[in-house]
Design a binder for this molecule. Structure first.
Ligand SMILES: [Zn+2]
Length: 259
């Protein structure tokens, strides 16, 4: 069940992102991130931010904040830029890989933004972006129009609240979808011990854990598509907590999560 949503205002501080006629992507992103967050908070979600001020953050720092936050969903807000001014316009969402909640959220956000007046450029798969490939929860990057498009800036400014609402609605309708993460299914707990892009490292860790007698499992992380090594499946949280403590005592870096 998605309860906590982290919203990232792209770039910031010394890194303004794209700029156009004195306008900075980092400022637009922050304003929009806070507006989307306000709507989600009003609707009962636990909203956290990577930044609420104009501070400098690397994409690696943003991904680390997301992973430490306990968020169930990560939304990174940006504005796009083209090679020339007024070359393109429209909204787009970026995800690490197809499938799952992230694709549903990504699709719903661009569809909702289209109703505000933006051209819908669809969902793009970008496995190379750090905020998409280092975060451990479903993550969607939103390009809220081109900052170097007068047409998009006109919509962004004159329909700012509608734009924020469209992003929030896109998120919320995905969570309400029966194929999304539904609250009716009781959670099962597992202890994640490693997440790897390279299967060899995952296999090595799996083997070591099994030799030590742990009920280790290798599967694919639904959020990132990476190889995940985890121990046990528990209906009771305290059983998972006990297992996590045993693994920690043996020096493993662990992460308690739900299935
Ligand atoms: Zn950007």
């Amino acid at each position: 069940m998605v309860e906590r949503i982290m919203i990232d205002a792209g770039h910031g501080g010394a890194n303004p992102g794209a700029t156009y006629e004195g306008r900075k992507e980092s400022d637009d992103a922050l304003r929009l991130a806070l507006a989307v967050g306000d709507i989600l908070k009003n609707d009962g979600f636990d909203v956290v931010y990577t930044r609420t001020e104009d501070i400098t953050q690397s994409v690696g720092q943003k991904a680390a904040l997301a992973n430490e936050s306990g968020a169930d969903l990560f939304i990174s807000i940006h504005r796009n830029a083209a090679a020339r001014d007024n070359l393109y316009n429209g909204v787009q969402t970026l995800i690490y890989a197809p499938g799952g909640l992230r694709e549903e959220v990504a699709q719903n956000i661009v569809n909702e933004l289209e109703t505000v007046g933006f051209q819908n450029l669809g969902v793009d798969i970008r496995p190379d972006l750090v905020v998409l490939n280092r975060t451990t929860m479903p993550t969607v990057l939103v390009e809220a129009g081109f900052i170097d498009s007068d047409k998009d800036n006109q919509i962004f400014d004159s329909k700012f609240q509608e734009t924020a609402q469209a992003i929030a609605t896109g998120i919320e309708m995905s969570l309400g979808h029966p194929e999304g993460i539904t609250p009716e299914v009781p959670p099962r707990y597992t202890v994640q011990v490693g997440l790897f892009r390279n299967k060899i490292y995952a296999d090595n860790l799996l083997l070591r854990l099994k030799r030590q007698g742990y009920p280790a499992i290798l599967d694919t992380d639904p959020g990132t598509g990476f190889y995940r090594v985890r121990v046990g499946e528990y209906d009771q949280l305290d059983q998972a907590v006990d297992m996590e403590q045993r693994l920690k005592n043996r020096g493993y870096t662990t992460f308690l999560t739900t299935l």
